[in-house]
Ligand binder design. Sequence first.
Ligand SMILES: Nc1ncnc2c1ncn2[C@@H]1O[C@H](COP(=O)(O)OP(=O)(O)O)[C@@H](O)[C@H]1O
Ligand SMILES: [Mg+2]
Length: 528
Amino acid sequence: MPSGSARTVGPKRIEPTLMLARAHTFTIEGLDAQQVTVEVDIRPGLPTFTIVGLASAAVREARDRVHAAILNSGYEFPGRRITASMAPSDVRKLGAGLDLALACGVLAASGQLPRGALDRLALYGELGLDGEVRTSRGTLAIAQAAHRCGASKLVVGAAAAREAMLVDGLDVAPARCLRSVVRIATGGGADAPIHGPEPSPAPPAAPHHDLADVIGQEHAIRALLIAAAGGHNILLSGPPGTGKTMLAQRLPSILPPLTRAEAIEVTRIQSVAGNVSQGGELMTSRPFRAPHHTATTAGLVGGAGRHSLGEVVLAHNGVLFLDELSEFSRQAVEALRQPIEEGRVAIVRARRAAVYPARFMLVAATNPCPCGFAGTVERCRCGEAELARYRRRLSGPLLDRIDLMVNLERPRPREAMRGPQVSSMHAREQVQAARERQAERLRGERVVSNAQLGARALSRHVALDGRAAAMLATAQERRLLSGRGVHRTLRVARTVADLHASRLVRAEHLGVALSLRPEIALGRVRAA
Ligand SMILES: Nc1ncnc2c1ncn2[C@@H]1O[C@H](COP(=O)(O)OP(=O)(O)O)[C@@H](O)[C@H]1O
Ligand SMILES: [Mg+2]
């Protein structure tokens, strides 16, 4: 393969010994894949099998799998001194996907595969003890890297093949077992890809939830619709049992479908995280991530765990839902500032810094106070000091980045008797129409939704009519809005106008946006 360290591969080189072979594979690093060359050297001596080159525990365990897989596939495992070296040696090799390259390297070094058979192949897959080629995490990222590196063919497990085939222009050869791999390497045909049990695996979402299940809460449903239409962050506040969690879970059902480019990104991320079920087709639903409030900072933004991807990355192109917001640690919540502002997150881990995409809609839910009833018709039992402490936890860095806040109340008996307000299908149509108007207007900008409009773009795209301009001036004079608050209000007002197919932002649109500003909505709770 014509890339970096693999340049020494080539038929012209004189081998120091006939017992040396090379195989090409990849390892996942963050969301990307690094090319890895496996060299296998076999020489006389006591039977040993050593792997060198910054291999993780899973890769070291490959020895036993490779040994068994080779024997159980009917090949010979050489009873000599075998050394497998993985280069570049400063890249940590993770996961079991390197098994296939190791096994093929051993077969080639022991003359069971012809010389040169592995030169232009990339191999990726875990081996079962019986020689079956299994799917490994991150196949799509591997396939994209293989294509970039100019591999003429990528051999993967038959169940991972459909995922690899999402890369246009890459020749993917599905293999069910090690014998198939040998056949492919010697010019034979590949196996058929295996379809997974689920035709279109969904990320951990709640696809069957419909807005029509929600009784009352028209105000909150309306706010959720605006949030979905413009991609705005939203905070739902209200007493327990008013449907905050219920509403948040229904947000994915009214969001527009993923574009193909977005779907590829989502599939790649979920695959690296191991969230793709067998079958590996393109993911079509938006991710919905709801980390528990005990989540650590590393769990939220990344750097911990097997794949080091934080919830903000797993929620990319979807929804991050923080239920019981006030229970999250302040540190964890503050760490969300960068991803919310920039749509990406920088993680430094084990000497390497990486930037991951993290553009999501934030939905948060909270009680308005410790007892849960502040600002409602029921009586709040919290003391002043308690209330103040609670508000301090909520406000500050995050509240400033919330576009919409809505206070929910327990439905009155009459409301509870009424039928459903709006179905998800109906709401999604409105969202879709508003998104199309945004896309039309934002053509040529580098953003797709009103929520992403920068300060300068705002002045180009938000035209207030006279009454709206006067209303905004009044709000500013009364110091109801911070500087950032003004921008956020204008973005939301733009979305409300888009929902009404209005080119100009009118006073009634701005009024809706103002009524949903956190500082103003919170003021209402205080006044009550
Ligand atoms: N507005 C509502 N419409 C229909 N059911 C509701 C509503 N509010 C609450 N419920 C019922 O109460 C349960 C708890 O609601 P939940 O969304 O968890 O409340 P919250 O998160 O505000 O505490 C829901 O599963 C649902 O069955
Ligand atoms: Mg709840």
